[in-house]
Ligand binder design. Sequence first.
Ligand code: ATR
Length: 294
Amino acid sequence: MVTCVGLVGHPVHHSVSPAMHEAAFAHLGLDWYYLPFDVHPDRLGDAVRGLGALGFAGVNVTVPHKEAVLGLADLVEESARVVGAANTLLFRDGAVQATNTDVAGFTEAVNLGFGPATLAGARIVVVGAGGAARAVVGACIAAGAHRVEVLNRTIERATNLVASFGAQRDASPHAQREASRTQLYARSTNVFAEAVVDADLVVQTTSCGMDPARTQTPVRWPRRVSPDTCVFDCIYAPAMTLFLQEARAAGARTHGGLGMLVAQGALAFERWTRHTAPRTVMLEAAAKALHARA
Ligand code: ATR
């Protein structure tokens, strides 16, 4: 029997997720299809209920619907609750289940790129305070980072993000609170050069520098940083942002966002199909689709 999954966003034409998932289905010989749907925010409820009624196994959710879908879910998993957004829905037994694979996807990509001990006990600088930053900060706290500094152009947004994670921690059971000792700070991007000096990991989460605005970057790197500094950009197009170019010129080790894109997709694939996702196949398909788009 044919099974369908898909993507709900507005717009969706630029997405490489269909190519990535279709390649995985073909590789495993699954009779599954991944269909992109451009859904206007006014029709999101109708679309989600309709896809469930049509027998879809689930969907990915992208901009601008990631927060709104939480209100349509019967069950919101911890990962989505912590971030306040979902990127994946599962339709099970007539119920809509919301989860967020961006959180575990980030952890998986960082562990693959820099070694499994990277996040635990690390001193981390996060640039940006939007939705992507929330997933990254959630992942860093869950992994037991020592310190997370959130740097944003608009300091109020960084302050709000840090306060909301702090409030969640204060409301959590005592044992959980004890286990999670990550120090959280909100700062302006003006202090970036000083903040990265003793950082183990620097994560760029803003859209600044994304195609077609390749000549933009949200912060400027100092001339030299420790060669042990790991740098991660959530942007995957271009593969090498100006932010990463400058980080590499300063002596840091760098990774683009393709690994995170594949990891979040692979984790959604595994939730829907209950098969291990063929990550190398998905990576190749995503890279090819990005190349064709460029
Ligand atoms: P997303 O959900 O994809 O993270 P978002 O919620 O719109 O997107 O957040 C965008 C982030 O990119 C914000 O941190 C934003 O900074 P402001 O809060 O100051 O707007 C940041 N950003 C976008 N363009 C930027 C630029 N040119 N320079 C610096 N930061 C930028």
